[in-house]
Design a protein around this ligand. Structure first.
Ligand code: ATP
Ligand code: MG
Length: 367
C-alpha cells in the first residue's frame, strides 16, 4: 500500500499544500519547528482517524482557522482510493472514501495502515503499562474493526462508571446503575482480551526474531500478555472470559465503592517483557530496552503484513538519530519492501544513505 499524494488545507502550520510522494522512501528534511512531524501526523490521521499526539481533533486546525481538510490519494488492495477528512471546530468530523461517507475510523484503516515510530516510543518497555496498552490499541484498532468498536464501548462504560463511583458520596442513588456498566465493561472487555491475547502471541514470535537479530544473537526477548487475574486462559471463548470478568468485578465491588475508583477490568492490562530471562523494566540496561522497543515496532509492521498481505506505511519521526549506528543499520536493512517516511533535521548521511525522494520543509511549506 502507498500514499501517492497528500493535500492539506489549514492543517497545523500548513495553510495550503499538495505533496507527491515516492512509492518507496521519502526523506523529510527541515530545521526544528518547520512542520516535519505535522506531515507524518497528517498521514497517520488518514490511516486511523486519530493523531498520535493531539488530545483533541481541534488542535489539528491551524491557529485562527475554524476548519481544516486532509486528502490522500492511496493505492492499496490493487485499487485507488481518495480519502478525505474535514474537521471543523465544534462540529462532527466528516470522512469519506471515494466520495462515500465513512462513519468509523476502521473504515479508514481498511484502506491505509501506518506504523508510527518516534523517539518517545523508545521508552515503550521502560514506561508504565499505559504505554504498552496504547501500543496494542493503536495496532489492533487498525487491524480489527471489531476491536475498535469494543474499545470505544469499553472506554465509554469505564468513564461513566468512574464518574458514578466518584460522585457516589454526594449522590448514593447513582450506585444503583453500576450493574449496567459492569455488564457493558465485561461484555466489551472480553472482546479486548480476545484480540490482545492473539496479538501478543504474534508479537512474541516476531519481536523475538527482531530482537535477536538486532542484538547480534546475544539476547533472548520474551513477553507475555497480562490481564485480569480471574481470566485463567485469555484464549478461551469470549463468553467464558466474560463470566470470569464478572467474577472479578464481584470480588472487587466493595473495594471499588470504598476507593471510589474502577479497579476491575482490562484497562489495567500490560505486556510483561523479559530480556535474557530477567524482567526488563527492573533490570535491563537502556540499550537493551531500546532494542526491545525497536523490536516491538518492527514486529507491529510484520504482524500487519501477515494479516493484511500488504506492508503498512512506516512513519519514522526523528527516530534514527536516536539510535546508535548498529541499530540504525539494522532498521535501514529492515525497511525495504514498503513505503517509508523518515524525518531528520539535516540531509546528512541518512538522507544519502537512504536514497529516495527528499522533501524540504520550511515554515509549513514543502519544496
Ligand atoms: P522538530 O524538528 O523540532 O521536531 P518539526 O518540523 O517536526 O520540528 P512540527 O512538530 O511539525 O515541527 O511543528 C511545526 C510547527 O507547527 C510548530 O512551531 C508549532 O507551533 C506549529 N503548530 C502546531 N500546531 C499548530 C496549529 N494548530 N496551527 C498552526 N501551527 C501549529
Ligand atoms: Mg518533529
Amino acid at each position: 500500500m502507498q500514499i501517492n499524494k497528500l493535500s492539506l488545507q489549514n492543517f497545523r502550520n500548513y495553510s495550503e499544500q499538495e505533496i507527491a510522494f515516492a512509492p518507496d522512501c521519502n526523506v523529510i528534511v527541515g530545521e526544528n519547528a518547520q512542520g516535519k512531524t505535522n506531515l507524518l501526523e497528517a498521514i497517520g490521521y488518514l490511516s486511523c482517524g486519530r493523531s498520535a499526539r493531539a488530545r483533541k481533533d481541534s488542535e489539528l486546525i491551524s491557529f485562527g482557522r475554524s476548519e481544516c481538510a486532509l486528502r490522500g490519494e492511496i493505492f492499496s488492495r490493487n485499487r485507488s482510493f481518495l480519502v478525505e477528512i474535514f474537521l471543523s471546530a465544534g462540529k462532527r468530523r466528516k470522512m469519506s472514501i471515494n466520495q462515500v461517507s465513512a462513519k468509523r475510523a476502521s473504515d479508514l484503516s481498511a484502506v491505509l495502515g501506518t506504523v508510527f515510530f518516534c523517539p518517545e516510543d523508545l521508552l515503550l518497555i521502560r514506561d508504565g503499562a499505559a504505554a504498552r496498552r496504547r501500543f496494542m490499541d493503536r495496532a489492533l484498532c487498525q487491524l480489527r474493526p471489531r476491536y475498535e468498536a469494543a474499545l470505544s464501548e469499553y472506554t465509554r462504560a469505564y468513564e461513566h462508571k468512574t464518574r458514578i463511583l466518584r460522585d457516589s458520596e454526594e449522590y448514593p442513588g447513582l450506585l444503583d446503575t453500576l450493574p449496567e456498566f459492569n455488564e457493558r465493561m465485561a461484555r466489551s472487555g472480553a472482546v479486548l482480551i480476545y484480540y490482545r491475547a492473539r496479538f501478543c502471541e504474534r508479537l512474541k514470535e516476531y519481536a523475538l526474531i527482531a530482537h535477536r537479530e538486532c542484538s547480534g544473537g546475544r539476547e533472548e526477548l520474551s513477553l507475555s500478555y497480562e490481564t485480569v487475574r480471574t481470566v485463567t486462559d485469555p484464549f478461551a471463548p469470549p463468553d467464558t472470559v466474560y463470566s470470569q470478568l464478572q467474577q472479578h468485578q464481584a470480588e472487587h465491588d466493595r473495594a471499588e465503592r470504598m476507593a471510589r475508583m474502577c479497579l476491575s477490568g482490562p484497562h489495567k492490562d500490560d505486556i510483561s517483557v523479559c530480556i535474557g530471562g530477567v524482567a526488563a523494566r527492573a533490570f535491563s540496561s537502556q540499550g537493551q530496552t531500546r532494542t526491545a522497543a525497536l523490536a516491538f515496532k518492527l514486529a507491529e509492521r510484520d504482524i500487519f503484513k501477515e494479516l493484511t498481505g500488504e506492508a503498512p506505511l512506516l512513519l519514522l519521526d526523528d527516530v534514527l538519530s536516536e539510535l546508535d549506528p548498529r541499530r540504525q543499520e539494522y532498521v535501514l536493512n529492515r525497511i525495504s519492501g514498503g513505503q517509508v517516511f523518515i524525518t531528520c533535521c539535516e540531509e546528512d548521511r541518512l538522507g544519502t544513505l537512504l536514497g529516495g525522494k527528499v522533501l524540504h520543509v520550511s515554515e509549513g511549506s514543502v519544496r
